[in-house]
Design a binder for this molecule. Structure first.
Ligand SMILES: *[C@@H]1O[C@H](CO)[C@@H](O)[C@H](O)[C@H]1NC(C)=O
Ligand SMILES: *[C@@H]1O[C@H](CO)[C@@H](O)[C@H](O)[C@H]1NC(C)=O
Length: 472
């Protein structure tokens, strides 16, 4: 027994510490309130499918033996005017419905003493209907949230009937049917319909994009890495939130640091995206060789005096003009390690360490290397939410250059600063911006839309506060 406890503890600890969430999602009371409204709508539709069977039989009354039947019962109205969703810490949520009502219509028919027949219609009003259900929120094997019904109770309060075209003795005839059979038949059908309606919610939850394709290089994993944390004010989900090379899930040499979402609750949903998540993108794109670009003179704005040819460079490095006169040049810019993203309050900065190789293009198209520079660039990023994506825009802060290797003898790197600022500002940054503008998918389920979202850059994570809207 003791050993078993130790084993369980060890496995729990490894779950708790082995994988920290890169992205956190929080559903607030306001979000649950919206969820309740959708849930009630769906439950209402489900309850409208309640079917009541025809009944018939014989009964001995004072007037003699009576044959009777009730047919064609149909729901004409149904309302769930009062409902509440309450969090059950550690477990899930409790949905209670009170004062619900159902109006039904049907036909009656009786036959007695040989040839006397009577028939008509009736209306039934079922009121003070109450439903109470406890819903557990868990995570399935694919890391998607699931909901299941752990408890459901339904009680039918009062049932009142009005006959049209009949006498008061009809009530006695149908008394048992109205007060017992019908009540039971209704009560029996409610909880299975509640479960069916919750099972439909499962279907929506199953659409969580646990693996969201970003582009030809990367996909983003959003599976849950821990059980949902349910307190009395919110539900917190811990998602992996990590970029991977497509089909090749290798962990970067850094891991997420635990972080806590602030206690804001004016929006329905909060999504915290850690610096780890964003840095995992840098790791993936760098490893995929995507952060690599050949730059030719045609890519430099035509108005610039800084051309990629040995004449321009020769002004600063005379050896180049002497050794390779009249040639066009080409640059290869590539990151030497993954870019490092830093998140400070209201400030997102990216530090990229790269290498630039400058070539002269020989008349036979052969590239002869002239020099290699180390280029450190610092850029500021502005991040925003667009649709269900996170997109951005970067601007250059500064570049630092140093000589790594020269094939044309020593020269002053500083003299090239102007040219390389043009290259970074006018060629590389626009390329990066065209990519970052495409955006990165956020975790989403079903036909979800984000409404009135705002983004804050905080220490070590981005916080998105948003309302949501489900269409269809
Ligand atoms: C939802 O799915 C989970 C597993 O995927 C299952 O255990 C649960 O019973 C389902 N809920 C309902 C209400 O059917
Ligand atoms: C943003 O942070 C970087 C360092 O992380 C710093 O160099 C830069 O000045 C900051 N920018 C602003 C606007 O505070």
């Amino acid at each position: 027994m003791f050993l078993w406890c130790v084993l369980v503890l060890v496995s729990l600890l490894s779950v708790a510490t082995g994988t920290s969430a890169g992205v956190k999602a929080r559903i607030t009371q306001k979000g649950l309130e919206y969820g309740r409204a959708i849930g009630i709508e769906s439950l209402q539709q489900k309850l409208r499918t309640i079917q009541l069977k025809d009944v018939s039989g014989t009964e001995k009354l004072a007037i003699g033996k009576v044959e009777y039947s009730i047919t064609g019962m149909q729901i004409v109205n149904l309302g769930l005017p009062k409902s509440a969703l309450r969090l059950v810490p550690g477990t899930g949520v409790m949905l209670s419905v009170g004062d619900a009502y159902i109006s039904l219509r049907g036909n009656w028919r009786v036959k007695y003493s040989w040839i006397i027949k009577a028939s008509g219609s009736f209306e039934l009003a079922v009121s003070e209907l109450a439903i109470s259900t406890t819903i557990a929120v868990k995570s399935d094997v694919t890391g998607r949230p699931t909901v299941s019904v752990t408890k459901c109770e339904a009680t039918v309060g009062s049932v009142k009937v009005r006959f049209h075209g009949g006498a008061s003795w009809l009530y006695n005839l149908f008394d048992s049917f109205i007060n017992k059979d019908l009540r039971n038949a209704l009560q029996k059908q409610i909880c299975p319909l509640v479960t069916a309606s919750i099972a439909e919610m499962n279907k929506t939850l199953k659409t969580l994009n646990v693996l969201a394709k970003v582009d030809q290089y990367a996909e983003l994993e959003y599976s849950m890495v821990e059980s949902p944390v349910i307190s009395n004010a919110m539900i917190d989900l811990g998602l992996k939130g990590e970029f991977f090379n497509i089909g090749q899930h290798e962990e970067p040499p850094f891991s997420p640091r635990p972080f806590l979402l602030p206690s804001q609750d004016t929006n329905m949903l909060y999504i915290g995206v850690s610096a780890f998540s964003i840095n995992s993108a840098g790791f993936v794109y760098h490893r995929a060789g995507a952060l690599r670009l050949y730059i030719t003179d045609g890519m430099i704005p035509s108005g610039s005096l800084n051309r990629l040819n040995t004449k321009t460079f020769g002004k600063f490095i005379p050896q180049i003009a002497k050794m390779s006169p009249g040639l066009m040049m080409k640059l290869l810019v590539e990151t030497v390690k993954e870019p490092i993203i830093t998140l400070e309050p209201n400030n997102m900065t990216v530090q990229a360490s790269s290498k630039v190789t400058a070539y002269a293009i020989q008349p036979n198209s052969i590239l002869s290397p002239l020099f290699v520079l180390k280029l450190e660039a610092s850029v500021s990023a502005h991040i925003y939410v667009t649709g269900l994506k996170l997109a951005g825009h970067v601007t250059l802060n500064k570049i630092d250059m140093s000589l790594a290797e020269s094939y044309v003898g020593p020269f002053q790197v500083k003299s090239l600063e102007d040219i390389f600022t043009t290259v970074v500002k006018d060629v590389i940054i626009p390329k990066v911006n065209a990519g970052v503008k495409e955006g990165y998918p956020l975790p989403a389920i079903g036909k979800m839309q984000l409404v009135k979202s705002q983004l804050q850059v905080l220490k070590d994570y981005l916080l998105i506060g948003t309302d949501v809207k489900f269409t269809g």
